[in-house]
Write a protein that binds this ligand. Structure first.
Ligand code: C2E
Ligand code: MG
Ligand code: MG
Ligand code: MG
Length: 281
């Protein structure tokens, strides 16, 4: 599998390169098994309405518990999954799991799922989403799909058509990590976004950086005029929350509210299906 192993990325050899390649091959083999062995799971991080403090939904974040390495962060294996094509199976798993979990939450609670550009390239993402909704009975309006600017940078007509078809199902489309890519602002008109997520790099230093404040302020008013919900990711500091509230940012997400948690550690919802079961037991 020479193709999967390197794609001619390495032009010359350096000491340690063999080792790196070995490590990567091992990780790839392990990732192939991870799904079957049940090592992949989802954590959920609350999306909070900043005005009311109420949780309006959760972002599903993939976790891999490797038998020897322990917890492997998505940054260390999502790219590998994309390059090896494993993202297809993994993406289906994430969508089905997230929709099934969300179907048991209160009716106004949404779930956000990250999609990678590779899932659009190989087609089938529309069918995958439709099947996940059908199988779990989740209302389409309760599912939000998060994509990044890297998808738009491919300038693919088919990605746009797929996004429109997904939007036509009634699912929300969020522009993740907004402000970090190199795309032109004009895509905000042509793509059917319902939500803009301000990248955490602008939030992290909000209360100390007038530049970040100016950028965040501009994105919030942009969202308001385009009738898209604006959410800030990576809120850690109460001072940043205060500034976001003052700007009129609608939603937020970050360690200040909660780290991503396994399903069974989420704060119990009032009138939740699980509560009803407990009461009945
Ligand atoms: P993302 O979609 O932008 O997700 C937000 C990331 O910020 C998550 O990292 C989350 O744990 C982290 N985060 C949340 N609040 C804070 C905070 O207050 N401070 C800081 N410093 N970080 C915070 P995580 O879970 O490591 O995921 C990293 C990226 O991996 C995600 O970025 C997303 O692009 C990708 N990813 C995660 N799960 C999936 C998945 O199921 N499918 C795909 N295709 N990508 C995924
Ligand atoms: Mg995301
Ligand atoms: Mg993000
Ligand atoms: Mg991010």
């Amino acid at each position: 599998r020479a193709k999967a192993a390197g794609r001619g990325t390495f032009r010359h050899f350096e000491p340690g390169m063999d080792e790196q390649l070995q490590r990567r091959r091992h990780l790839e083999m392990d990732l192939r098994q991870a799904l079957v062995r049940g090592e992949l799971s989802l954590h959920y991080q609350p999306l909070v309405n900043l005005q009311s403090g109420r949780t309006s939904g959760y972002e599903a974040l993939l976790r891999w518990t490797h038998p020897e390495r322990g917890s492997v962060p998505p940054a260390d294996f999502i790219a590998l999954a994309e390059e090896t094509g494993l993202i297809g199976d993994i993406g289906r798993f994430v969508l089905e799991r997230a929709c099934a979990d969300a179907a048991a939450w209160p009716e106004d609670t949404k779930v956000a799922v990250n999609l990678s550009p590779a899932q659009f390239r190989n087609g089938g993402i529309l069918a995958t989403v439709m099947r996940a909704l059908e199988r779990t009975g989740l209302q389409p309006s309760r599912l939000e799909l998060e994509i990044t600017e890297s998808l738009l940078m491919e300038k693919s007509e088919s990605a746009l058509a797929t996004l429109r078809a997904l939007r036509a199902l009634g699912v929300g489309i969020s522009m993740d990590d907004f402000g970090t890519g190199y795309s032109s602002l004009s895509y905000l008109r042509s793509f059917p976004f319902t939500k803009i997520k301000i990248d955490k790099s602008f939030i992290r230093d909000l209360h100390t950086s007038p530049d970040s404040q100016a950028i965040v302020s501009a994105i919030v008013s942009l969202g308001r005029s385009l009738k898209m919900t604006v959410i800030a990711e990576g809120i850690e500091d109460p001072a940043d929350l205060a500034l976001l509230l003052a700007e009129g940012c609608v939603e937020g997400q970050g360690y200040l509210f909660s780290v991503p948690l396994p399903l069974d550690q989420l704060a119990p919802h009032e009138g939740d299906a699980a509560d009803a079961e407990d009461a009945a037991a």
